[in-house]
Design a protein around this ligand. Structure first.
Ligand SMILES: C[S@@+](CC[C@H](N)C(=O)[O-])C[C@H]1O[C@@H](n2cnc3c(N)ncnc32)[C@H](O)[C@@H]1O
Length: 199
């Protein structure tokens, strides 16, 4: 099969790396949710050779991710494992970090809350979670492009849609996280960093 390819990943991986390098430390395990094509995993695993990057996604995407991983031939990428939020639990091993890009607006809000709950249950104090993607602020779109994107998402699946930053922060708080930083990213995206507080 041809490897799946996302031009958006080529555009956003550099700016995301500039943020992640402030936080990620060698010797730790990172769980990626909704790895998509597998391009982020390959790029970041090469940039962070001291980190173990575990890829996951729904079953339909696993073959494509495998193509990217096989081609990259990097020892520190694991998976892909099947993980559908709302159906599956995280893989058994403990994780220090969770990274997920462009997934909260694809999953339903119910699935997003299931993800937040799992994060609260499975992550230890001090673990970090990274959410990359578009978010609304105080219920308002941050650009016309995001408004049009939201409309197209909802046409495809009415349960999808750009989430409110405040709703994500409040829901994560209720599962034991504090927002460490809200990074503004190119093209009206954000990278939210949450820290797990003591249980
Ligand atoms: C827009 S793509 C983003 C893929 C990749 N992270 C990126 O930034 O290019 C959304 C991803 O979320 C995944 N996804 C959707 N619903 C999911 C669920 N319930 N559990 C896990 N992954 C899900 C899709 O399979 C897809 O890989």
């Amino acid at each position: 099969m041809d490897r799946p390819y996302s031009p958006a990943v080529d555009r956003n991986k550099g700016p995301i790396f500039e943020v992640l390098k402030e936080y990620l430390m060698d010797g730790n395990n990172l769980l990626e949710i909704g790895s998509g094509t597998g391009q982020h995993a390959v790029f970041f695993a090469e940039k962070f050779p001291g980190l173990t990057w575990v890829t996951t996604d729904v079953r339909e995407n696993l073959a494509g991710i495998k193509e990217w991983i096989n081609e990259a031939n990097l020892k520190n990428i694991k998976g892909p494992e099947e993980l559908k939020i709302g159906t599956d639990d995280f893989p058994k091993k403990p994780f220090d970090y969770v990274f997920t890009a462009n997934t909260l607006h694809i999953m339903s809000w119910k699935e997003s809350k299931t993800l937040f709950k799992l994060l609260g249950k499975r992550l230890r104090e001090g673990s970090l979670t990274f959410f990359y993607g578009p978010f609304n602020k105080e219920g308002k779109y941050t650009s016309q492009g995001n408004e049009e994107f939201d409309r197209s998402l909802k046409e495809r699946d009415p349960r999808s849609g750009i989430r409110n930053f405040e709703d994500v922060v409040n829901a994560m708080k209720s599962f034991g996280f504090k927002l460490l930083k809200d990074h503004e990213m190119p093209s009206n995206n954000r990278l939210l960093v949450f820290e797990r507080l003591s249980k």
